[in-house]
Each structure stands twice: as structure tokens, then as C-alpha cells.
Ligand binder design. Structure first.
Ligand SMILES: [Zn+2]
Length: 382
């Protein structure tokens, strides 16, 4: 903290001495972001053990612990002899194409810890911590209510002067209608089973995607099917080209609570294919290609054992352990982090804001700092 302050004072001093220097020739410690757009994606309650390790043999070994319906099918799809092969069988695009282009932390077997600051370890406290940059003590339930805390989404919109289409949120869980901003109707939000209005769903293709989304049922009526959410999100992205978009998926948590490890793995595998389509879409649009940063994380972890992997909350050891991926043109291509400093869920807001050149302390004086290594290389790295 002290070091950071000293570095900042030093930068301010330098800027004061060099008022006429063009921005592109500023000292290396204050690089101009190449990022123009950010897409924040959350996958609800995805354990770091499954993300980094693939199919977990300790869970899968006993059917009554895993709830796997067809063991042969799951083994054929996701079981491989090594951890590296298993995680790539589960999320091939994520591991082969996204991670090498960025920075991924949270693998505790590599001493790369990321944790929630909030002590609750369930959804609303986690999402509000991500969106506001701090643990919010008044967020203690998953109730659908609006909180009086500004989010990064509304801060970026206000500071960059973006209109109500240039910032958007498309989510599986309907409660995000309230969580994404402290005031309603600032930007487009499509949360849960909610039809996209005609003035947003321009053209027959978007209309048809939305109609299909409404027909695709899920386990829980308050949370839309993730495939449907992903399709609506991509249709919105292609139509409106938002500068800042939040996409939140939820079924990984739903199936885990049902003790259906096979369907948790299937949802992760399907989400990996969505990331492939998202990335391909971004590369095909000049306004996004080479200038878009992807931030991927989760609201909470889950239990570590074959019995409690289904659950989370303050009484489940390990459920505060999370992970974070940052992929984009300003992030060093270091891949999987090893021996990285402790990072927090409350640091994600500042991590996002740095890509728009915005100061997190101006957003929220209590916000955590940007995660070291997400923008510039770690001091120890080459
Ligand atoms: Zn849950």
C-alpha cells in the first residue's frame, strides 16, 4: 500500500515536470490502455478445483456423492489421465486460447490465492463485492432488492458519457435487475426470463433468439437457462456493440445444489463453447478486435469434499475461495499465475476500471486496488 502511494506520488511529480509531453511518450509506469471495451462475465459458484483441475476424481468416485447419472458418458467426455488433459477436455477453448492471451489466478496448488472479502460466501454479497469494489455489510441475503451502492457499470457509463445501450447487462438470474446499479433504468438490463423489447431486439434473428430463450426452460423459474442467456447476450453484442457489458451465468450453481456433478461439468463445457463464439464474434468486429478485455470470475466457491462440494455459505470451509481471469490487449500473456500475491473479490472493480483509464478511488474510496499483474507485469516477472 505504502509502495503504491509512493509510486503514485512519483508519477504525479513526473507529470508535473513534463506538462508538454504527449501522452504516448509518458513514462512506462503510466501506459495508455489499448482497451476500449470490457466484457465482464461471471459463472455462479464455480469451484477453482473444477476450473483448474477438470473432472474431480474424489467427487466422481462414488455415485451417491457426485449424483452422476451416466458414469460411462461422463468419463468418456471429461476423464483423462492427467490434470492438464482433464481441464482441457472440460474447457478446451478457455485453456488453449484464452488463458495463454492473459492472466489467470486462483489455483491454490500453485500458491495463487483469490478470496471473497465478504464472510457470507453466497451470491448477492459476492456480486455486490465484484460490482462495487468492496464487501458491503448491508448485503446479507439473496433478496431481490436494490442497494444504495454505485456499481462500476454505472460509474463507467457516467464517466465515459455512454448511452443506455453502450452499457448493458444480460444475466440468467432475475435478481440482477436490482443488483447492477443503485438507480433503475440507467442502461439496458435483461435478467432472468424477460422478453427483449422490440426496440432492442432489432431484426428477425434477434427476435427469434429471444423467442427461443423464452421457450427454453431451466431448473429454477427465477434463473434463465444459461444457453438462452448466452444467445441473447451475443445477439445484443452484435446489435448494439456495448463498450461495457456484463454477462452473468447461473446454472453451474443450480446443478451443484442438485448434486448433479455431470450437469455442472456439462454446463462448464457448454459455457466454454460460448466463450469460443464470443471471442470469434469479437475478432470479427473491427470496433472490438484488439481492443476488448474479457474479465471472468465467480461470486463464490463451494465445499472441498465429496460430501459438501454441492454447498456454499459461511459454514462451508473453502467456499470463499474464488478465481479470476483477465484476457486482453493490456494484460501480459503470462497464462496461469504462480506464487501471486493474495487477491480479493473486492479488487475486481479497480481491475476493470483501469482498462478505461479510470481511478477506482474516485469510484469508491473503499475499493480494493487493481490486481497486480492484470495490467502491467508483476515486479518479479521479466
Ligand atoms: Zn448457490
Amino acid at each position: 500500500m505504502l509502495d503504491t502511494n509512493r509510486a503514485r506520488s512519483f508519477t504525479v511529480l513526473l507529470l508535473g515536470l513534463l506538462p508538454a509531453l504527449p501522452l504516448s511518450r509518458l513514462p512506462a509506469q503510466s501506459p495508455q490502455p489499448r482497451t476500449q471495451n470490457v466484457i465482464l462475465v461471471t459463472l455462479d459458484g464455480v469451484r477453482w478445483q473444477d476450473l483448474f483441475g477438470g473432472m474431480d476424481s474424489t467427487i466422481a468416485a462414488v455415485d451417491s456423492n457426485s449424483g452422476i447419472w451416466d458414469t460411462l458418458r461422463v468419463r468418456r467426455r471429461y476423464w483423462r489421465p492427467t490434470v492438464d488433459e482433464r481441464r482441457r477436455a472440460l474447457m478446451p477453448f478457455f485453456w488453449d486460447s484464452l488463458v495463454p492471451q492473459g492472466f489467470l489466478i486462483g489455483n491454490r496448488t500453485l500458491n495463487s490465492p483469490v478470496n471473497a472479502r465478504n464472510p457470507h460466501w453466497f451470491s448477492a454479497p459476492g456480486y455486490l463485492e465484484i460490482l462495487t469494489g468492496q464487501f458491503q455489510p448491508d448485503v446479507t441475503t439473496n433478496d431481490d432488492r436494490r442497494y444504495d451502492h454505485a456499481t462500476v457499470l454505472q460509474f463507467v457509463q457516467a464517466r465515459l458519457g455512454l448511452n443506455d445501450r453502450q452499457v448493458a447487462a444480460v444475466t440468467s438470474w432475475e435478481a440482477f435487475h436490482s443488483y447492477v446499479s443503485s438507480r433503475p433504468n440507467l442502461f439496458y438490463v435483461n435478467a432472468g426470463y424477460e422478453e427483449v423489447p422490440d426496440e432492442v431486439a432489432l431484426g428477425p434473428e434477434f427476435r427469434e433468439i429471444d423467442r427461443n430463450a423464452m421457450r427454453t426452460i431451466s431448473l429454477d423459474e427465477s434463473s434463465r437457462n444459461d444457453g438462452a442467456t448466452g444467445a441473447v447476450a451475443l445477439a445484443y453484442l452484435r446489435t448494439w456493440r456495448p463498450r461495457l457489458m456484463y454477462v452473468s451465468f447461473g446454472e453451474t450453481d443450480d446443478w451443484a445444489h442438485q448434486r448433479r456433478y455431470d450437469l455442472v461439468l456439462d454446463d462448464l463445457h457448454a459455457l466454454d463453447d460460448w466463450f469460443h463464439e464470443l471471442w470469434t464474434t469479437l475478432q470479427g468486429v473491427p470496433a472490438y478486435r484488439g481492443s476488448t478485455t474479457l474479465i471472468i470470475t465467480t461470486d463464490h466457491g463451494r465445499g472441498r469434499t465429496p460430501r459438501d462440494w454441492t454447498d456454499h455459505g459461511d459454514d462451508v470451509p473453502g467456499a470463499g475461495e474464488i478465481w479470476l481471469a483477465v484476457i486482453g490487449p493490456d494484460t501480459p500473456d503470462v497464462g496461469e499465475g504462480r506464487d501471486t500475491p493474495q487477491a480479493w473479490q473486492a479488487d475486481i472493480a479497480a481491475t476493470l476500471l483501469q482498462f478505461f483509464g479510470l481511478d477506482a478511488k474516485e469510484f469508491n474510496p473503499e475499493a480494493g486496488p487493481a490486481v497486480p499483474g492484470s495490467f502491467a507485469p508483476l515486479p518479479t516477472a521479466q
